[in-house]
Design a protein around this ligand. Structure first.
Ligand code: FAD
Length: 298
């Protein structure tokens, strides 16, 4: 009884606060509408210029309408939200992009890079959207999202014990594709199946096979990137310095990763998984780091 009254009071206070805010902010809200209109016009102009740039680059109009989403497109919000993995950044006040591009060919990626550069709008690259801070889809300045989810092909060559995997493929899809071809091959990478290759492999990548095989980047043998000039480069064309950088240095600092060629590793056909819980007072640290006695004391 007491609780119900309390809730009713809370609701009344909340409604009152909202009404009061509307009254006090009446004039400000009208001004906000003007600001919104200005922002919308600016966004429309970025969109128009961008689409025009795509036509100049001879990307067919039928493809442009399939891959370039402006805020007025009815699917814009769904496309934006589908790879926002951190819900803290899925709010109405989270900054939104002017445009989302969802390429399905390398030429779409190249054109996005050159057109974004031409019109001076920041480009955010998103593959699986698992960045902890939403860096792949949030910005303080005007920005475009290059969303790689259509580029998710995994091509496994068991004879060669390698695979070409596109940036938008998730680790789950990669593991499954390898498993479809062989029960005794695997790839050492992370434990979260929705994490994508574009962010994961360019960042480092560690998982359950860390101790035996090291990091994911230790098993990359080739790559395809689009550089700032829109050129598509493989390992030979990009050179060893850039190839080194995109294996741990964060891909987006250097270009857009289209795909990686990875070296598969041998795994047993059956794996036993177990889980042991140990706490500090049970000498857990000694179990994890079996250091020499003298060393452990230091
Ligand atoms: C639930 C969860 C579990 C995780 N588990 C592990 C784990 O087991 N092991 C581990 O090592 N890490 C793990 N991580 C960290 C994860 O590997 C990184 O956050 C990784 O960067 C996510 O990649 P993404 O493509 O999914 O994310 P995104 O948000 O799309 O991208 C992350 C970063 O990479 C850039 N990027 C993405 N795609 C490209 C591209 N094609 N070209 C250039 N730059 C690109 C983005 O701009 C952004 O800066 C985990 C993260 C989460 C949220």
């Amino acid at each position: 009884m007491y609780e119900t009254q309390l809730r009713r009071m809370e609701r009344t206070i909340q409604c009152f606060t909202v009404n009061l805010k509307h009254k006090i902010l009446g004039i400000v809200l009208e001004e906000d509408e003007d600001e919104d209109e200005n922002e919308n016009n600016a966004s429309d102009s970025v969109y128009d210029t961008f689409v025009q740039c795509f036509s100049v680059a001879k990307i067919p109009q039928s493809q442009v309408s399939q891959i370039v989403y402006g805020p007025k497109n009815p699917s814009f919000t769904a496309v934006l939200q589908s790879y926002i993995r951190n819900r803290r950044f899925n709010t109405s006040s989270t900054p939104k992009p002017n445009i989302i591009v969802t390429p399905f060919e390398a030429s779409h990626v190249s054109t996005t890079v050159t057109c974004a550069k031409k019109i001076g709008v920041q480009l955010k690259i998103r593959s699986g959207g698992n960045d902890y801070e939403g860096i792949s889809y949030v910005s303080d300045v005007s920005f475009i999202i290059l969303d790689m989810f259509n580029l998710r092909n995994v091509d496994v060559d068991i004879k060669d014990e390698t695979a070409w995997v596109q940036a938008g493929a998730t680790l789950g899809e990669l593991y499954y594709s390898i498993w479809e071809k062989s029960k005794v091959h695997g790839y050492p990478a992370g434990v979260c199946p929705t994490v994508a290759v574009g962010g994961h492999l360019s960042d480092g990548g560690y998982g359950n096979m860390l101790r035996k095989y090291g990091l994911s980047v230790d098993h990359i043998v080739d790559a395809q990137v689009v550089d700032v000039q829109g050129r598509v480069l493989d390992r030979a064309a990009m050179g060893e310095d850039l190839f080194w950088a995109i294996r741990g240095g964060g891909g987006a600092s250097f270009g857009v990763i289209l795909a990686y060629k990875i070296q598969l590793v041998p795994v047993p056909p059956i794996v036993t998984i177990f889980h042991v819980e140990k706490f500090l007072d049970q000498n857990m640290t000694e179990g994890v780091f079996p250091l020499p006695r003298g060393h452990a004391k230091d």
